[in-house]
Design a protein around this ligand. Structure first.
Ligand SMILES: Nc1ncnc2c1ncn2[C@@H]1O[C@H](COP(=O)(O)OP(=O)(O)OP(=O)(O)O)[C@@H](O)[C@H]1O
Length: 383
């Protein structure tokens, strides 16, 4: 990049600061002076131009972040802005996100290795897969308007976990009240059950609650603070519920979900909830704060995007299927991998269990047998 091009970028950035009113002012005598951000350098990297600037003292850094859209108006959509108190890094990418990211099993399995509870989200502007550890950032809310790609992303997350972790390490309780997505996971070795009615789901969640209590006792007994530190291995349990808003009136279920959100992390019990419109009421209080990771596809308006915890999700176009905003400490725009139902079904064939006479119930009993003896009482596994 020539010196002239760098000068052009700097002057465009100054213009953006002006349009976004990023300045502080002070008086000297009768004159008012403005302090604008200081641009330190403009560097060309392989995939982007990096600009480092600092805010004038006294300027609210949150306001800078909230005015990211002005930078996008000036420089185009493909940028990231990161910063905390004073120093900010703006990256202007040469290329935007791809329209589609193919699901490549080997690539994702490799990325998941060494991560206790890997959650695959999608590719970022650097062209790299974002995979985070739910053990460190527990409880996920996936939202977005109809057709935005929620169910497809859940399919990717669950399939990848099944492919990359043995049944002794990860098991699922699935709530499928819309009777759509999770049918795929019926009779899978890792799946304790797919529940399609609130009644069935409540019964399954009561067992999870009993297991939570047992695991708590186990931590006390061994004087550790996380199941990973126990001398015996206990599997992570993921309670994934598609369209959790359908459970709004089900207070017994919602109480257990609240409880998992509050105490689940250290006990190895995690939530993955999905919701079309983020429901303010449902997300009130404890649960809202405990769903520490948010992923949202397109939202119909800014209010919904904010409730979803994914600012700017309303800027995603209707045509951009699988385009997501991940809120994991910072906002990251992603394109989630595309894994069709048919392809997922094929990949999952080796993990299918043969339904027995008592079907899923017998399998659930078998799964519970993968737990250490002292974690179970007879009454917990009465089916
Ligand atoms: N990551 C993706 N890449 C490419 N296309 C996608 C992706 N995700 C979803 N799509 C397309 O969008 C369609 C709708 O996706 P999906 O069913 O996941 O939406 P949804 O948000 O779950 O909708 P609903 O809430 O109505 O169930 C899919 O059938 C597929 O054609």
């Amino acid at each position: 990049m020539s010196v002239l091009q760098k000068i052009v970028i700097k002057s465009k950035l100054r213009y953006a600061f002006k349009k976004a009113s990023i300045f502080t002012s002070y008086k000297k005598g009768t004159e008012t002076y403005l302090r604008r951000p200081k641009i330190h350098h403009v560097d060309v990297k392989e995939k982007y131009v990096e600009i480092v600037f600092t805010l004038p003292n006294g300027f609210n850094p949150e306001e800078m972040l909230s005015k990211r859209y002005v930078l996008q108006q000036v420089f185009g959509r493909n940028l990231t802005l990161e910063g905390d108190l004073k120093k900010f890094v703006l990256k202007l990418y040469f290329k935007g996100l791809p329209k589609e990211v193919t699901y490549r099993r080997e690539e994702l399995e490799e990325l998941c290795q060494g991560i206790p509870l890997p959650i695959v989200c999608g590719k970022d502007l650097n062209g790299e897969h974002v995979v985070y550890d739910a053990n460190l950032s527990p409880h996920l809310l996936v939202s977005g308007e109809t057709g935005s790609g929620k169910s497809s992303l859940l399919r990717v997350i669950l399939t990848t976990l099944i492919l990359s972790k043995p049944v002794e390490e990860v098991q699922f309780i699935l709530g499928d009240l819309k009777r759509s997505e999770f049918g795929l996971f019926r009779n899978q070795s890792h799946v304790r059950g797919v529940y399609v009615s609130p009644k069935e789901l409540l019964a399954a969640l009561k067992k999870v609650n009993a297991e939570i209590l047992k695991r708590g006792d186990l931590l006390d007994e061994h004087e550790v603070t996380h199941v990973e530190d126990l001398p015996m291995k206990v599997p992570y349990i993921i309670v994934a519920i598609d369209e959790v808003a359908l459970l709004k009136g089900e207070s017994a279920i919602m109480n257990i979900i609240d409880n998992i959100g509050a105490v689940g992390r250290s006990l190895g019990v995690q939530l993955i909830l999905s919701m079309q419109r983020p429901d303010h009421k449902l997300l009130e209080g404890k649960l809202k704060n405990n769903l520490t990771v948010r992923i949202s596809g397109r939202q119909s308006n800014k209010t919904n995007a904010n409730i979803a915890g994914a600012e700017d999700a309303h800027m995603i176009k209707i045509s951009e299927k699988g385009r997501m905003i991940l809120n994991l400490e910072k906002l990251i725009e992603l394109q989630s991998p595309w894994l069709s139902y048919q392809k997922a079904k094929k990949l999952l064939v080796p993990f299918k269990t043969i339904p027995t006479e008592k079907g899923a119930e017998v399998k659930e009993k078998k799964l519970l047998e993968t737990l250490p003896e002292n974690l179970l009482n007879e009454e917990d596994i009465i089916l």
